[in-house]
Design a protein around this ligand. Structure first.
Ligand SMILES: Cc1cc2nc3c(=O)[nH]c(=O)nc-3n(C[C@H](O)[C@H](O)[C@H](O)COP(=O)(O)OP(=O)(O)OC[C@H]3O[C@@H](n4cnc5c(N)ncnc54)[C@H](O)[C@@H]3O)c2cc1C
Length: 497
C-alpha cells in the first residue's frame, strides 16, 4: 500500500500542529502519563513556539520564502522538504532555514526543518536502498513514497539512532559479544502479512513527545551489526500502539520568561523510546536485515543535510557574540584590551563559520540523479563540538559574577528593594531592568540547566566526536603531500658536500 496524499493539506499551520499532538500518544514525564501534551507546562512553550513559526510559513509575509508549490498536488509545501535540483533551490532552502533559525535563535537542534533533510538524504540513496531485496516490499520505493507523504503533510519527525546505554561492550555490532539472554537493542521479533513486529529500546530521541512521526535508524556507530535482526530503518506515527516515550526532567522551569528567556520556549525535550511488540507496516520500512546501503554511504560526498544545522549554529554563534558584546558595554568593560580580544575571538569563530558555509555552497554539485548536493562538511560538525564549549567559556568570562547575581522579576517589583536595585545593580548607562534581563539571557545560554543541556547537545548531537574524527582521518586524502614529503626526504641534504 502506498502512503496516501489525497487529503494532505500541505504546509503545517499552528492550529493543525497543536491538534495533531492530541492523538493518545504514550508520553511519560516524572512517573506520570501526560494527558494533554500541547497543554502540559513542560511542552507548552515549545509547542506554541513551533506553532507560531508554522503560522509564519502560511503568512503573506513569509509564504514565498518558506514554501513552494508541489507540482503533483498544487499544495503549498515547506521548503524544508523540497528536493533541491539547482543552485537556486539550495538558496531558497538556505533562506528558509535562516528564517526558522532566526525565529528560534539557533536553539532548536531538532526543529522540523532540521529533521526533514534526514529523509531527503535517504531519498537520494533510494536506488541503493532498493538494491536490497525483500519479497514484501521495495525499500527504495518506500522511501520515495514516504518523502512525498511527509512533504505533502509537512510532518514533524523525531529520529532515534542509538541503542540503550546499558552495556556498550555487548552491542549487536560487536562480533565478539557473548550470547545474551535478552536483546535490548531494537530488533525484529517476527514478520507478519502487515509488517514486522519490533521490540527493544532506543536512546535517545529529541523532540519525540511533540513530533508527528518517529524515524528510527542506525548511526555510524551502530550500523555494522553482526546480528541481522537488529538492522532496521523505518518511520511510524508517534502514537503507534506499544511505543512508550519517557521524557527527561524539563529544564529551566522557574522564574518564567524573565528568568529563562530561552528555556521557557525552546526546551525541545529529549526522550527514551521503549518499543513493545510494535507493528511497523511494510510500506514504512527503508532498511531491513542488511545495512550495506547505509554503510556504503558513510563516506559519501553528497550532503543533503547541510543547511538547517549549519545555519542554526551560525545563528547561535551570532546570538552569543552579540549578547557578550552588549554585556561588555552594559558594565563598562568593552574598552579593556583583554575583553575586546575575547569578543574578537567569538567574532572570529562566527565569521569563520559563515565563510565555511559560503564554501560549502560554492562546492555544491549536481548528482547523477539530478539532485543538487551541497559540498562536503564532515569536518565542520566536529569543529563545532569543540568550539561551542569555547564560546560558552568566553561568554562566562566576559560576564564575571553578573551572570549569576541578578535580581528577579519580583525583586524588581518590590517597592522596598527597588531603590537599592536602581542604585547598586544598574549598569553603565542602562537601568537595572534591562541589565538584569540581558544577564539572564547570558545565564540561559551559558549557566542554566537549559544552557547546560544545549552545551551537552552541541558536543554529542553529531555522534561521538572522537569516532567522527577517526572516520574523517581514515578518509582524509593526504597521498599527494605525503609523497612530496617522502621525495624531499630522499634528496641529499642541501649543505652536504
Ligand atoms: C542532548 C542530546 C540530544 C540528542 N538527540 C538525539 C536525537 O535526536 N536522535 C538520536 O538518535 N540521538 C540523539 N542523541 C544521541 C547522541 O547521538 C549520542 O549521545 C552520541 O552518539 C553518543 O552516544 P552515547 O550518548 O550513547 O554515549 P556512549 O556511546 O555510551 O559513550 C559513553 C562514553 O564512552 C565512550 N565510548 C563509547 N564507545 C566507545 C568505544 N567503542 N571506544 C572508545 N570509547 C567509547 C564515549 O566517547 C563516551 O565518553 C542526543 C544526545 C544528546 C546528549
Amino acid at each position: 500500500m502506498i502512503l496516501d496524499v489525497t487529503t494532505a493539506a500541505g504546509a503545517m499551520t499552528g492550529a493543525r500542529y497543536i491538534e495533531s499532538l492530541r492523538d493518545d500518544r504514550e508520553v511519560w514525564l516524572d512517573g506520570e502519563r501526560v494527558a494533554d501534551v500541547p497543554n502540559h507546562p513542560a511542552f507548552r512553550g515549545m509547542v506554541n513556539e513551533l506553532a507560531r513559526i508554522y503560522d509564519l510559513q502560511n503568512s503573506d509575509e513569509f509564504r514565498d520564502r518558506m514554501t513552494f508549490v508541489s507540482p503533483e498536488t498544487g499544495n503549498r509545501c515547506s521548503l524544508s522538504w523540497l528536493l533541491p535540483r539547482s543552485a537556486e533551490d539550495l538558496k531558497r532552502k538556505r533562506l528558509n532555514s535562516e528564517i526558522w533559525n532566526e525565529q528560534s535563535w539557533g536553539q532548536l537542534g531538532r526543529s522540523p526543518d532540521i529533521l526533514a533533510p534526514h529523509i531527503t538524504a535517504l531519498y537520494a540513496i533510494r536506488d541503493s536502498l532498493g538494491s536490497v531485496k525483500h519479497p514484501r516490499c521495495d525499500f527504495g520505493e518506500n522511501i520515495a513514497n514516504y518523502h512525498r507523504f511527509c512533504q505533502e503533510n509537512d510532518l514533524f519527525l523525531t529520529h532515534a539512532l542509538g541503542d540503550p546505554q546499558v552495556d556498550r561492550s555487548q552491542q549487536p555490532q560487536n562480533e565478539q559479544r557473548n550470547v545474551i539472554e535478552e536483546e535490548l537493542a531494537l530488533h525484529v521479533v517476527e514478520e507478519t502479512g502487515e509488517g514486522v513486529i519490533i521490540t527493544g529500546g532506543k536512546q535517545l530521541a529529541t523532540a519525540a513527545p511533540i513530533s508527528n512521526e518517529t524515524y528510527v535508524s542506525l548511526s555510524a556507530t551502530f550500523l555494522r551489526r553482526s546480528d541481522p535482526k537488529c538492522v532496521l530503518a523505518f518511520s511510524i506515527p508517534t502514537n503507534s500502539p506499544g511505543m512508550k516515550i519517557l521524557c527527561r526532567e524539563p529544564v529551566s522551569q522557574g522564574y518564567g520568561g524573565f528568568g529563562h528567556p530561552l528555556g521557557l520556549n525552546y526546551d525541545e525535550q529529549d526522550a527514551m523510546l521503549f518499543f513493545e511488540e510494535v507493528l511497523v507496516p511494510w510500506d514504512r520500512i527503508f532498511m531491513l536485515y542488511d545495512s550495506s546501503p547505509l554503510v556504503a554511504h558513510l563516506t559519501r560526498r553528497t550532503n543533503f543535510q547541510g543547511w538547517p544545522n549549519l545555519v542554526r549554529i551560525h545563528q547561535r554563534m551570532k546570538l552569543m557574540t552579540a549578547v557578550a558584546t552588549l554585556i561588555a558595554e552594559a558594565i563598562g568593560v568593552i574598552e579593556y584590551r583583554e575583553v575586546s580580544a575575547k569578543l574578537g575571538e567569538m567574532a572570529t569563530y562566527t565569521e569563520m563559520w559563515r565563510h565555511a558555509m559560503d564554501g560549502i555552497e560554492h562546492n555544491a554539485f549536481l548528482t547523477d540523479d539530478g539532485l543538487m548536493s551541497l559540498g562536503d562538511m564532515n569536518a565542520m560538525n566536529i569543529y563545532f563540538s569543540q568550539m561551542s564549549a569555547r564560546m560558552v567559556e568566553l561568554l562566562r568570562e566576559i560576564c564575571g559574577s553578573g551572570i549569576i547575581m541578578q535580581p528577579s522579576e519580583k525583586d524588581l517589583a518590590s517597592a522596598d528593594l527597588r531603590p537599592y536595585l536602581d542604585r547598586y545593580m544598574r549598569g553603565k548607562g542602562v537601568d537595572v531592568e534591562y541589565k538584569s534581563r540581558l544577564f539572564r539571557l547570558a545565564h540561559d545560554l551559558a549557566v542554566s540547566s537549559f544552557g547546560m543541556r544545549q552545551e551537552i547537545y552541541e558536543y554529542w548531537h553529531g555522534g561521538d566526536p572522537s569516532r567522527n574524527r577517526i572516520n574523517l582521518m581514515r578518509n582524509y586524502d593526504q597521498a599527494d603531500v605525503m609523497e612530496r614529503i617522502k621525495e624531499m626526504l630522499s634528496r641529499p641534504l642541501a649543505n652536504e658536500g
